[in-house]
Design a protein around this ligand. Structure first.
Ligand code: SF4
Length: 285
């Protein structure tokens, strides 16, 4: 079957040809483990049950997880084996199952639920570059959406992620996520249902961040918590792009934080010290 799962609509048989996302239809998994560095309502005390998928339908040049997103390192598993990973994580006592970069494996994820779907909240952690039709297939299966909103400037999106329609796609996708899961619901400090938007501040592009915050404010006002991320480190092919070949400065981050508070956002803001290699997980496959 030819793949049109994401806005790229490559229309290729992923078993026969290498596609944009770089992987076949069966999930390639780079890491399955409790993760303690997500937002507090996601990690809690026992950790989020993360499953890091390899390959990516966005493939930003600066990807912090370049080894798995672009080089597709990992182990190929079946939908049944994926369901067994849910069971492993449940046995470890995690608070939820977090599917990280899952877009290109939506078919396998839906199939995995035929074997086993634990009662824990399922979190869909994505780049925000999604097709509404694909998201609709997940209605009732995903409890929490955790999309990025990376760009307000489509020219920058084109240059760094080869997606000149990012703003429109991410906006429509988050509208659909809100339709499915709505305002966030918490129990004992842990998220059970809802949407949280993440935004990674890029060096030299404070205006892009201002624009992202403005779009979120205008579209969803204060209905969606926003998580501001300061963890950018040059990775992947960032050394070919002088403007992003460094960490963000204190001044850049503070300007974005100031705008975040001016607009009245309530959510999460990382410390600048989170830009450290020790926060990149080990890809132990
Ligand atoms: S999921 Fe991969 S193959 Fe399918 S349309 Fe997107 S980039 Fe292309």
């Amino acid at each position: 079957m030819k793949c049109v799962l994401c806005p790229r609509e490559c229309n290729v048989d992923r078993e026969q040809r290498i596609s944009f996302c770089g992987v076949g239809k069966l999930p390639t998994v780079a890491r399955v483990a409790p993760h303690y560095d997500e937002e507090p309502p996601i990690s809690g005390t026992n950790g989020a049950g993360t499953i890091f998928f390899s390959g990516c339908s966005l493939r930003c040049v600066y990807c912090q997880n370049y080894e798995i997103s672009a080089l597709s390192k990992g182990r190929v598993i079946t939908p049944y084996e994926l369901s067994e990973q849910y069971r492993r994580l449940v046995d470890m006592g995690v608070h939820n199952i977090e599917l990280v970069t899952p877009t290109h494996y939506v078919d396998a994820i839906i199939e995995s639920f035929r074997f086993y779907r634990p009662e824990l909240p399922f979190i869909y952690n994505s780049s925000g570059y999604e097709k509404v039709e694909t998201l609709k297939r997940l209605e009732g299966l995903i409890d929490v959406y955790l999309p990025d909103f990376k760009y307000s400037d489509n020219a920058l999106a084109e240059r760094l992620s080869r997606c000149p329609d990012y703003v429109e796609r991410a906006t429509a996708a988050i509208d659909e996520m809100m339709r499915q899961c709505g305002n966030s619901v918490y129990e004992d400090g842990l998220i059970k249902r809802g949407v949280i938007i993440r935004h990674l501040v890029l060096p030299s592009h404070v205006k892009n961040s201002f624009g992202v915050l403005q779009i979120i404010k205008e579209h969803w006002d204060d209905r969606i918590p926003v998580s501001l991320m300061a963890q950018y480190m040059p990775a992947g092919k960032a050394d070919e792009y002088p403007d992003i070949n460094r960490r963000i400065t204190k001044r850049e981050y503070h300007r974005v934080l100031e705008r975040y508070y001016e607009l009245g956002f309530d959510g999460f803001a990382q410390e600048l010290t989170s830009a450290d290699q020790k926060y990149v997980p080990e890809w132990d496959f």
